[in-house]
Design a protein around this ligand. Structure first.
Ligand code: DGL
Length: 270
């Protein structure tokens, strides 16, 4: 049993897809979230830069004495794949839990993977799927405009910019008739409705943040680190840019008002 918080980080809002799920399945856990909104997006940056940012983000969370670190970011997960080896606490990223869920979901053996440029260049999800089942065909597509669209809040199902961008990127996956798509960047589930409307209801969308949260809860249980305190857990949010913008969008996404529970952090110091 441990009342220490779970640490979750992402380049921006995307990791909230994991937080939402963590709160649903483990309401007693305390959570410290860091969104690197001052440096988002990570997805178009060099490998060296992404690795440096990932280490700083994890160090910041460790300064809050977290019992676990979750890299709720596809870009970090695929680019800084050895991050966990350097940390003194249990760690998970989004790759293995999402790949496993997709392999279990597909019926026709055709899986699409969408992510940032860095994620798709790494082929991390593809390699993991093929490691689990070499018969499956994997179709990858980078979607670099999705992150800024989410960070701008253009996420309503009828938003024309979101709809046109989804169509432009995903028509190739529709043509290949994939029956499962990994939303391999944690920002993308925020566009789930627009994506689902375009690819059709028969296509299973794997939410990488959600699958990772489920995996994290199993890991904490295995290690005897769950918080057994019956009170509702607290969430603290930190960002590296303006707190107001984050507060509004995050409250909308989490469907609960996080108000002024957001603080600024100078991430360069970590
Ligand atoms: N949520 C991040 C991911 O999962 C966004 C990456 C970015 O900042 O470009 O990849």
């Amino acid at each position: 049993m441990s009342i220490q918080p779970i640490g979750v980080f992402d380049s921006g809002l995307g990791g909230l897809t994991a937080v939402k799920q963590l709160r649903a399945i483990m309401p007693h856990e305390n959570i410290v979230y860091f969104g690197d909104t001052g440096r988002v997006p990570y997805g178009n940056r060099s490998v060296a830069t992404i690795r440096k940012y990932a280490a700083q983000d994890a160090n910041f969370l460790l300064s809050y004495n977290v019992k676990m670190v979750i890299a709720a970011c596809g870009t970090v997960s695929s680019t800084a794949s050895d991050l966990g080896e350097k940390l003194p606490v249990p760690y998970t990223n989004v790759i293995a839990p999402s790949a496993r869920a997709a392999v279990e979901a597909t019926k026709n053996g055709k899986i699409g993977v969408i992510g940032t440029r860095a994620t798709i260049n790494s082929s991390a999800y593809k390699k993991e799927i093929e490691r689990i089942n070499g018969e499956i065909r994997v179709y990858q597509k980078e979607c670099p405009l999705f992150v800024p669209i989410v960070e701008e809040g253009f996420t309503a199902p009828d938003d024309m910019i979101a709809k046109l961008t989804v169509e432009r990127y995903l028509n190739v996956l529709r043509e290949e008739k994939v029956d499962t798509i990994i939303l391999g960047c944690t920002h993308y589930p925020i566009l789930k409705k627009v994506i689902g409307d375009y690819v059709g209801m028969d296509v299973r969308l794997i939410d990488s943040g959600k699958e990772t949260a489920i995996h994290a809860s199993k890991l904490l249980k295995e290690k005897g680190l769950l918080n057994e305190n019956p009170d509702e857990g607290e969430c603290k949010f930190f960002v590296s840019d303006r707190t107001e913008d984050f507060s509004n969008l995050a409250s909308r996404f989490l469907e609960s008002n996080i108000g002024d529970n957001v603080s600024h952090v100078d991430i360069q110091h970590f």
